[in-house]
Ligand binder design. Structure first.
Ligand SMILES: [Zn+2]
Length: 230
């Protein structure tokens, strides 16, 4: 350590100590420095959390609009992408990661993994993970098998955590944003993982309306790792 650096470290410690002992003498109604405001931090923890998840993309027609809507609302979501879509639309895939969303693997093709051998099923996930890692620079830690069906023991083999959902919005079959919002609001609770798809206009509209409605109910939007690894 150089002399200058050592002086800077000592000064830093002294300033921290001074501010700590200084605030200890403050009255209750006086304003505390940000790092002392534990009450506000606890308040944030008490907010209800929900994770929006989007499967089957990225989609050249609808993912961009969804990303813009999420950005405008300062909301982070999780995208379980298909390897073949990510390969075809690497820029969109990269944008998803750059904008702070979490990317997980949905398989290379949209296939029921139970219809494949263990080795083929694992390959669906590892091939997708390799591809995503090549595009975004980070290897996905989470997977969601199509239809929620996978082989027992797959998680260990591919070294990914399986993430299913507790609310299926049925957006792909309802194709009706108002119903998606109403039915989801009737079921949502703290810690819910909501399944949607970024491949239909009605899904994008429904997701953005749902965000606005959930915000009014004091929900905070997190990526699935924040719910699962907490
Ligand atoms: Zn799917």
């Amino acid at each position: 350590m150089t002399g200058k650096k050592a002086v800077a470290v000592i000064l830093g410690v002294l300033i921290l100590a001074a501010s700590f002992f200084g605030t200890a003498r403050l009255g209750k109604d006086q304003i505390l420095p940000a790092f002392c405001q534990t009450e506000i931090k606890n308040g944030e923890k008490q907010m209800k959390k929900v994770a929006l998840t989007f499967d089957d993309g990225p989609d050249p027609e609808y993912t961009q609009e969804l990303l813009d809507g999420l950005k405008a609302r300062d909301v982070r979501a999780t995208f379980f992408v298909l390897g073949k879509q990510a390969k075809q639309y690497p820029k969109l895939t990269e944008q998803i990661a750059k904008e702070g969303h979490l990317i997980g693997c949905h398989g290379y093709e949209h296939v029921n993994l139970k219809s494949l051998s263990m080795e083929e099923a694992c390959r669906q996930m590892t091939r997708t993970a390799d591809l995503i890692c090549g595009i975004t620079g980070s290897r996905p830690m989470f997977m969601r098998p199509p239809y929620g069906k996978s082989h027992e023991g797959m998680e260990e083999k591919v070294q990914m955590i399986e993430v299913l959902w507790d609310i299926d919005t049925m957006d792909w079959s309802l194709r009706d944003p108002d119903r998606v919002v109403q039915e989801t609001l009737a079921k949502v609770e703290d810690g819910s993982i909501i399944l949607m798809h970024d491949e239909f206009q009605e899904s994008v509209d429904g997701a953005l309306q749902l965000i606005d409605a959930l915000k009014k109910q004091n929900y905070q939007f997190v990526t699935v790792d924040e719910l699962i690894l907490e």
